[in-house]
Design a protein around this ligand. Structure first.
Ligand SMILES: NC(=O)c1ccc[n+]([C@@H]2O[C@H](COP(=O)([O-])OP(=O)(O)OC[C@H]3O[C@@H](n4cnc5c(N)ncnc54)[C@H](O)[C@@H]3O)[C@@H](O)[C@H]2O)c1
Length: 263
C-alpha cells in the first residue's frame, strides 16, 4: 500500500480543459500512473493532441467534446466516458477562457462568459460527477483549478506599459473556486468524495513565452524561485490529489507557484 501511494490503476478520470496547456500534461501524467482518461474540451483539435499523446505513451484515452458551462454537455460527456472507459471517479476541472482585456474594456458579457466557463462550469461538472460517484459508491476525487490571481492581485510591474494586467473577472472567478472547493468538500466528505483545488502560479504557455520574452523575464523576477513554471510541473499536484497519497486531504488548495504568493 505505502509503495503504491500514487498508483491510479483501474481509475477513470475526466479532465475538463484536457486539451489546454496544463491539461495536456495532466492527462499524460494521470495515464502514466495507470488511469484511463477522458479528455474533455471545447476545442476538438486540442482534444486530439492530448489523446494522441496519452496513446503514444501507451495509455488509454478517449476524446470527449465538452462545454464546461452547459449541464447537458457535461452529462453527455460523463456518459461517454463511462461507456468507453468505466465510471468516473477522478475529475479535473481545468477549462478556462481569457479575454486578455483591460479592466477598462471588460464588458458584462466578458464577465458572464468567464464566470460561466470557470466558476459555474467547475460547480456544474463537480455536481454532475458527484451525483454519479454517490450512486456508484467508492468515493472519488474532484480537483478544481484556482489561480494565484484568485489569491493575490496581478502585479502591474510584471505587465509593463504595453500589456493589460490579467483582468478582474478571471481572478474573481478563481477566488470563487477556492470557496466552492471548501463548500463541496464539506458537502460530500461523508461519501468519501474529496474536493481540492490546485492553484497554479505563473505558467505562461509556449506561445506567450515565444511572443513576450520580456514579460516572462519580469514574471520570473517576481518569483522566489526566479523562473516561470513549466507545464509538466503542475502534474505532480494533480496526481497527488487524485491518488490515495492524499486520502485524508479535502477542502484544501495546493499552491504550485514557485513561491509567488509567499512574499
Ligand atoms: N497557465 C497559467 O499560467 C495558469 C495560471 C493560473 C491558473 N491557471 C489555470 O489552470 C487551468 C489550465 O490553464 P491552461 O494554461 O492550461 O489554459 P489553456 O487556455 O491552455 O487551456 C484551457 C482549455 O480550456 C478549454 N476551454 C475553454 N472554454 C471551454 C469550455 N467552455 N468548455 C470546455 N473547455 C473549454 C480551452 O479550449 C483550452 O483547451 C485553468 O483553470 C487556468 O485558469 C493557469
Amino acid at each position: 500500500m505505502l509503495g503504491k501511494l500514487f498508483d491510479l490503476t483501474g481509475k477513470v478520470a475526466l479532465v475538463a480543459g484536457g486539451g489546454g496547456y496544463l491539461g495536456y500534461s495532466i492527462c499524460r501524467a494521470l495515464a502514466a500512473h495507470g488511469a484511463r482518461v477522458g479528455v474533455g474540451d471545447i476545442n476538438e483539435q486540442a482534444i486530439h493532441r492530448s489523446v494522441d499523446a496519452v496513446q503514444g505513451d501507451g495509455g488509454q484515452a478517449v476524446a470527449v467534446q465538452l462545454d464546461s458551462g452547459k449541464e447537458e454537455s457535461i452529462e453527455r460527456s460523463l456518459d461517454q466516458v463511462q461507456q468507453s472507459l468505466g465510471p468516473v471517479s477522478i475529475v479535473v476541472n481545468c477549462a478556462t477562457t481569457a479575454t486578455g482585456k483591460s479592466h477598462e474594456n471588460l464588458t458584462v458579457e466578458d464577465w458572464q462568459t468567464c464566470l460561466q466557463t470557470t466558476l459555474v462550469g467547475e460547480f456544474l461538472i463537480a455536481r454532475s460527477a458527484a451525483r454519479r460517484m454517490i450512486k456508484q459508491g467508492g468515493g472519488g476525487s474532484i480537483i478544481h483549478f484556482g489561480s494565484m490571481y484568485g489569491m493575490v492581485s496581478p502585479n502591474p510591474v510584471a505587465y509593463g506599459d504595453k500589456m493589460p494586467m490579467n483582468p478582474p473577472d478571471y481572478g474573481a472567478a478563481k477566488a470563487g473556486v477556492l470557496q466552492l472547493t471548501r463548500y463541496q468538500a464539506v458537502l460530500w466528505g461523508k461519501h468519501g468524495i474529496r474536493v481540492n483545488a490546485v492553484v497554479p502560479g505563473p505558467f505562461p504557455n509556449p506561445g506567450v513565452q515565444a511572443k513576450h520574452p520580456d514579460f516572462v523575464d519580469r514574471l520570473s523576477q517576481r518569483v522566489p524561485m526566479a523562473r516561470i513554471g513549466q507545464g509538466d510541473e503542475i502534474a505532480g499536484a494533480v496526481v497527488y490529489l487524485a491518488s490515495s497519497a492524499s486520502s485524508y486531504v479535502t477542502g484544501t488548495s495546493l499552491v504550485v507557484d514557485g513561491g509567488w504568493t509567499a512574499w
